[in-house]
Write a new protein. Sequence first.
Length: 484
Amino acid sequence: MSDTNQARITHIQNLATLVAWDAELGSHVYIENADLVMRGNTVIHAGTGYSGPADVVVAGSGLMAMPGLVNIHTHPSSEPGNRGLLEELGSDKLGQSSLYEYMPVFRMGIETAQYANQVAVAEMLLSGVTTYVDMSLPRPGWADVVAATGIRGVLGPMFRSAAWRTPDGHSVEYAWDEAAAVKSFEAALAVVDSAVNHPSGRLGAMLCPSQVDTCSSELLKQAQAAARRLGIPMQIHAAQSVVEFSEMTRRHGRTPIEWLDDQELLDGDLIIGHGIFLNDHRTLYWPHADDFGLLQRSGAHVAHCPTVFARRGIALSFLGRYLRAGINVGIGTDTFPHNMLDEMRLACYVARLQAGHFRAASTEEVFNAATVNGARMLGREDIGRITVGGKADFSLVDLSHPYMRPGREPLRSLIYSAGDRAIRDVYVDGEQVVQNGKLLTIDLEEAMQQVERAQAQTIATVSQRDYAGRGIDAMSPRVFPCRA
């Protein structure tokens, strides 16, 4: 940001509603007929009656300003290429997951990662996300690609000790290579350095050992030590599948959560990606553990991504239970589309279905999960909320949109009815990145064309990677047959 932009005062005047942070209440609050003022990338006024100077005045009439959403778990370098392929696929002999039989076969090459990244970030920005965690494989130029989109990115380079494969569709094998793990970990550390020292000032980092069942204890302990030295969090996929649960109990006689605790890894600096298959999940029978209690006592966080699991009949049990026990839960868009508002709505509905009652997840809880809870995982109090001294990361919502009306309760209308259709403008670090629903920082059409080309190349060769040599129409049939 230039010195001129740092000094520029922008006044968004007479907002119909401002979703601001009240430090005394420890809560978001509605303020009506409010002003939101920023100097450069910092909020200097959030409330009524601003009468100070302004270089730029923006009419806020008919708009709601809300804090930028924090997307705590994404795989944007690969997931856009899975659209049209994975929505209805799972392995009925591998716990209904798509992880082992399908995802490795459909994965695009790393040369397309930057374009997939742009597509995913575009979806996030258009749904009000201003900060996201990007869990991807290390690659050159990653930091520059993310910075150019204008979003606040937290790069989470992934690394592991073993790769998995299924040789038959009903079992999973692990190929261990610790020498390769060391190189991958070194590459991850280089990514972290490129992010935290990036000149944009908008990038951060976390370390992301890939999965609890693919990482050795030694690798995880090295990662934990490095994360502590660097002052950054760590995130790992754990309790995400029946296969993983069975594998960890077979190896160690311990659940994935118990094993992490045994290794002294389960603490307030660790984010558990998914955290679904605890020992008391209804699909398991392992009554001898207390995974929920371990999560509760450890202070570990959970990244909740309902869409990717709901597609396969799988769900966390249940969101309100975790939150009300004091387990900090954030929201992520693990899969496509990277539409955070859709994810938030589904988080509410899935929790209520799982619990069998409508109080299993409230709008307040889900909005907090997508804002302040995610920010807490990143160790930040200057994002995920609109507060004086905080970062100027926010969205302007069009309250005149038909799906926002009648307008008594704007956040309910946004989450349950309008979704991203009502997001008009988005600002990150004081800079506008979406204007009147249009992206200002990403050539989405060009990126989408590149992803389409890469997907076509990938599906043309799936039989070479599939254990059974199946072609695309056998692996992922079309909804209806094509006729001439």
